[in-house]
Ligand binder design. Structure first.
Ligand code: SF4
Length: 268
């Protein structure tokens, strides 16, 4: 590990590229001397799990990876599903996909549900004990079993593939972490939460003869048994990482850093 890092010039203006990407932020950086809560999103904790160096560069030094393209079609599916489940929430009725799968739940009605779903401005949040990290994230939905009063974390996913959707691919570990982080956050907010989370998985059908301006989906309800025991210690590790003045090691399997190393050989 290399010793930290060049000092960030306090007079540094935020650099903004023509695309709008800011390769160097000077705001929202972790300050080890500050005691006020520092917000770390669910996706930044996932980044820490993938690569502590990238997390450190982003949250402590203000250098974040360029964003990807927005998943507009997935967002449209999310938005329509939210509206659909909100209808069942208002009526406190079980959605047909749950009835077909024998899952006895109704969408949870709570005054803060819209706040919990708003990842940009609020989300469900909690200050993690023995840190000044406020962990937060915007969940898609929460269901409740009216007989047991247990809550269930729900996530909507959209894809298009010829085979049936599953949660078995190695890259889907992020989906599982996501469900477990929300289970942990809901419990810290005082709720009884089932270990079973549900993915409402929409698979766009591409086998028709014509498009005709329509894309139809097969919808599957996939249960996942979560275990959120890792969340608190992961946040503690991320907290210690942020407080250190030593640059952490990077992931050895990351294409971005391999690209950077190869490019630097030619540039420098
Ligand atoms: S290895 Fe990848 S994820 Fe880690 S710092 Fe480099 S670019 Fe970021």
């Amino acid at each position: 590990m290399k010793n930290l890092i060049k000092h960030i010039d306090p007079a540094l203006e935020e650099i903004k590229s023509l695309s709008g990407y800011r390769p160097q932020r000077v705001r929202n950086l972790y300050d080890p001397l500050a005691i006020k809560p520092f917000k770390v999103s669910r996706s930044k904790l996932e980044l820490f799990l993938k690569c502590a160096r990238c997390f450190y560069l982003d949250r402590r030094l203000g250098v974040a990876q360029p964003p990807g393209y927005p998943f507009s079609l997935n967002n449209a599916v999310d938005s329509l599903l939210k509206k659909e489940f909100d209808g069942y929430r208002t009526e406190q009725k079980t959605h047909p996909i749950c009835l077909v799968n024998g899952v006895e739940v109704v969408p949870f009605s709570h005054p803060d549900i819209d706040k919990w779903r708003d990842s940009l401005h609020a989300g469900i949040q909690c200050i993690v004990p023995n840190t000044n990290i406020m962990l937060y994230g915007g969940l898609d939905d929460v269901w409740i079993n009216p007989k047991t009063n247990e809550l269930m974390v729900v996530d909507y996913k959209a894809t298009s593939k010829a085979t049936a959707v599953t949660l078995d691919a190695p890259w889907q570990i992020g989906y599982k972490h996501q469900a477990e982080i929300y289970q942990w956050l809901l419990r810290k907010n005082g709720f009884i939460v089932s270990n079973t989370a549900y993915f409402v998985y929409c698979n766009g059908k591409a086998d028709g003869n014509n498009f005709d301006g329509r894309l139809s989906f097969d919808i599957s309800l996939l249960p996942y048994e979560g275990d959120a025991a890792w969340v608190e210690s992961a946040v503690m590790n991320a907290y210690n990482c942020l407080r250190s003045d030593v640059m952490p090691s990077g992931s050895e399997s990351c294409d971005y850093c391999l690209y950077l190393k190869a490019a630097q050989k030619h540039i420098l």
